[in-house]
Design a protein around this ligand. Structure first.
Ligand code: AMP
Length: 382
């Protein structure tokens, strides 16, 4: 369904997935006067801390689907692996933003890449292979990153092949039954992400690009605004907006990009939801990416958010959570006037799992970056 009606405060919004992104959405919706139904098969999903009503059934439960449709006026999503078939069923009765089309693209790298190439966006050179043995005949110069087409995240389902001697090891460690995308490693200057909102009336809203620094393929630091020349900043925003317009579904998206030394920009991937690299918008913009998601879902105006300061976001991963919550470290971080600690309420710690973040917020990146790096050091040194 794609209606043009406005969903007013007092209505009930659905959220498919109950992680930290869904949690921030739900908290924001409550502040704006909405109720939220969170559907996540995990009974301890973080977003359920704020939910008016929670669904714990698996996503293929037909009764839960019927009850969810009855309970909500419209729905958004925060998890890329929600079944497309569920979203299609929901769409026959209610607005889901973003919807099944963008979710389908995000769930399958092969489809995502062919969609982007078809629309003439620049990408890293890639090939698609359907069996491990095809790795031997890939006609691209290494190094490569081999990526599963489906169910990859945070570096899971990715294998680096630095040269042809490594093909045999990659074939042994590759999981899944294919297809896989074999991508040339890009010598990028920076990784950027741009959050874009698309209104049902075609109006778009973006934030300045964030500069992202990964460690072991997991997002570690996000710097806002990215330290890039103004023309690159503008080009990245325009490019991300074009990508979202090509998808053409109302909602909030994050477009991940590689900026190159020669001024070029490649599209890496699209997330049909707010992004971890956009958490800072809660503190540093007049409208957060979560409020934008609600506005896009409900058909409310989406003015350009005004920036209130610069920021460096430090993700707290896995065991760093224990270090953070140890008394002396906690006390010293929370005593810093620039630092705000966010913990997502996840019950179990797993290596690399995003447990929370610390946002360093102020006027000068030159102050905030060293503060974030010192804190990172403190959390990694037991
Ligand atoms: P992805 O899941 O595709 O976003 O990959 C996770 C991270 O791996 C990216 O954010 C990059 O840091 C790195 N990466 C992925 N693809 C490439 C590539 N073609 N060249 C260089 N780095 C890459």
């Amino acid at each position: 369904m794609t209606s043009s009606k406005i969903i007013e405060p007092g209505s009930t919004l659905g959220m498919l997935g109950g992680g930290q992104l869904g949690g921030f959405f739900t908290e924001s919706a409550l502040k704006m006067g909405y109720k939220v139904v969170v559907w996540d098969p995990s009974t301890v999903a973080p977003a359920k801390r704020f939910a008016t009503l929670s669904f714990d059934a698996s996503f293929d439960d037909v009764d839960a689907r019927r009850n969810f449709i009855k309970a909500v006026d419209a729905s958004s999503l925060e998890w890329e692996n929600v079944p497309v078939s569920l979203v299609e069923e929901l769409e026959s009765e209610i607005d889901v933003r973003p919807g099944s089309r963008s979710l389908g693209l995000a769930q399958n790298r092969v489809q995502e890449k062919s969609f982007l190439s078809k629309h003439n966006f620049d990408l890293a050179d890639y090939r698609v292979i359907y069996s491990r043995s095809e790795l031997n005949s890939v006609d691209l110069p290494p190094p490569w990153i081999v990526k599963t087409a489906t169910l990859g995240y945070d570096g899971h389902g990715q294998w680096l092949v630095p040269n042809c001697d490594y093909i045999k090891y990659a074939k042994e460690s590759m999981t899944g039954s294919g297809p896989w995308v074999v991508e040339r490693v890009v010598q990028f200057e920076q990784e950027l992400s741009v959050v874009v909102g698309l209104h049902q009336n075609g109006h778009t809203t973006t934030y300045p690009p964030t500069e992202n620094i990964h460690e072991n393929n997991i997002l570690k630091l996000s710097i806002s605004p990215g330290r890039i020349p103004t023309e690159v900043l503008k080009k990245a925003q325009e490019l991300a907006t074009e990508v979202v317009l090509c998808i053409g579904e109302a909602g909030v998206f994050c477009v991940e990009l590689f900026s190159l030394k020669n001024g070029g920009i490649l599209v890496n991937e699209i997330a049909p939801r707010p992004h971890n690299s956009g958490h800072h918008t809660i503190d540093t913009f007049t409208i957060s990416q979560y409020e934008l998601q609600i506005r896009a879902l409900c058909g409310l105006p989406m003015p350009t958010p005004i920036m209130k300061g610069h920021s460096v976001l430090l993700n707290v991963l896995g065991e760093e959570m224990r270090e953070l919550t140890s008394k002396p470290k906690w006390e010293s971080i929370i005593a810093n006037q620039h630092a705000r600690i966010y913990l997502y309420g996840k019950e179990s710690i797993r290596p690399g799992r995003k447990m929370g973040h610390i946002l360093f917020h102020g006027d000068e990146l030159a102050t905030l970056i060293p503060e974030a790096l010192e804190t990172q050091q403190m959390l990694t040194d037991p």
